[in-house]
Write a new protein. Structure first.
Length: 376
């Protein structure tokens, strides 16, 4: 039932009718959610009472706030867990719960720019669209690097570009699971290139929107953490963890933020986060999911999703469709099907390919139906 919000109040019946209509649409849409990486297997009903409070996490979660109705304590616990997962000592780490992966990328690149104001920024053409926007907002000089067919950055192109700009500090935006192909850039190899070219000032930000909550829970992860040489990382909360509202986590090394903190103080602003008022509900969602599942729960969740991905590749291939996926990836890439199939399943296109992302709510039955649709 379409409507227009008028200046006069709607009746309670009209309001209920509109909301009920929206709910039933959402119920239908969610049964075909296979193209975007949003885990829908969660139950946050115990958090509903918190919607009755004007909670706000404004400011740095590690500093006192004058706004006492906050969830900073829960946020710090979430950050500390993420530090473990991203392989940095919690005492050396700093971070906060963001509005999503985009803000986390923005924050990492912002820190890099503050540390190295005249740096050249490098990222592959496979990179999420948010990054080009971010470097534009930061007015940072940047060079887009070719990608390989599998979605990884082209290391030779990167090396060549850095070599001709050897006088400039280097900021690399590395992908830990690209959006379209689930590709992971080889972070030790990126570090090697920097060492080979004797680059002394460098910074690597990792965009780990989806895979940041996959790789910590597999037995043979590609290098992804601070131990592999990253300086900051952004992970989405509403992707692998799953949440009814967009959120994420950004994590970096504490000394970097202390430097930026001073820089901000100088212009009279005290806080270290990008947004001022921040969701106090999002940290509760992440805390609740982590408290309920623990590492063992996430291992089960991730193992199940990877098993479904392997199943999907098998079913596609059996029907003669050349589907493939990276190791430790739930992103199954295959040729773009007919428009009606494409529309039915809410898929994400890129030229001649598309993908299914086997998040925990995606069942074998859904895969069977999709493969049938694509093969017929
Ligand atoms: C989804 C995604 C983002 C953006 O995350 P949001 O939470 O939607 O802002 C960034 N990078 C990659 C690789 C993604 O898949």
């Amino acid at each position: 039932m379409p409507g227009t919000l008028a200046s006069t109040p709607l009746s309670e019946i009209e309001i209920q009718a509109r909301l009920t209509g929206l709910l039933s649409d959402l119920d239908i849409f969610s049964q075909r959610q296979i193209g975007y990486p949003t885990n829908q297997t969660y139950d946050f009903s115990s958090l509903l009472p918190f919607l009755a409070y004007s909670i706000n996490n404004v400011g740095d979660p590690f500093h006192a706030s004058n706004y006492w109705s906050n969830t900073h304590a829960f946020e710090r616990e979430v950050i500390s867990r993420f530090a473990d997962l991203m392989r940095i000592d919690a005492g050396d780490a700093w971070g906060y719960v963001t509005s999503g992966g985009t803000e986390g990328n923005m924050y990492g690149l912002y820190l890099a720019r503050e540390l190295f104001p005249n740096a050249m920024f490098y990222f592959s053409e496979e990179t999420h669209y948010s990054v080009l926007k971010n470097v534009r907002v930061l007015n940072a000089r940047h060079i887009m690097i070719r990608r390989q067919d599998n979605g990884e950055i082209d290391y030779d192109d990167l090396r060549d570009m850095i070599r001709v700009n050897r006088d400039l500090p280097v900021v690399i935006m590395a992908n830990v699971g690209t959006t379209m192909r689930g590709a992971v850039d080889d972070i030790p190899r990126l570090r090697e290139i920097l060492t080979d070219l004797a680059i002394t000032n460098s910074y690597i930000h990792a965009d780990a929107a989806l895979s940041g909550m996959i790789l910590p829970f597999v037995n043979d992860p590609q290098p992804y953490g601070f131990d592999a040489g990253i300086d900051s990382v952004s992970v989405s909360g509403h992707k692998m963890i799953g949440a009814p509202l967009p959120c994420g986590v950004v994590l970096t090394r504490r000394p970097y933020v202390e430097r930026v903190g001073r820089a901000i103080e100088y212009v009279g602003v005290q806080d270290t986060t990008l947004s001022g008022s921040r969701s106090a509900f999002a940290p509760l969602l992440l805390w609740h999911a982590m408290a309920r599942l623990g590492d063992a729960g996430f291992r089960r969740l991730v193992a199940g999703a990877l098993e479904t991905a392997e199943y999907a590749v098998g079913q596609f291939n059996e029907r003669g469709i050349p589907a493939w996926r990276h190791r430790n990836s739930v992103t199954v890439v295959f040729p773009r099907p007919a428009p009606e199939v494409f529309r039915k399943w809410q898929m994400a296109p890129e030229a001649e390919i598309t993908h299914v992302i086997t998040m925990p709510h995606v069942t074998h039955e859904m895969i069977d139906e999709l493969v049938d649709d694509c093969a017929s």
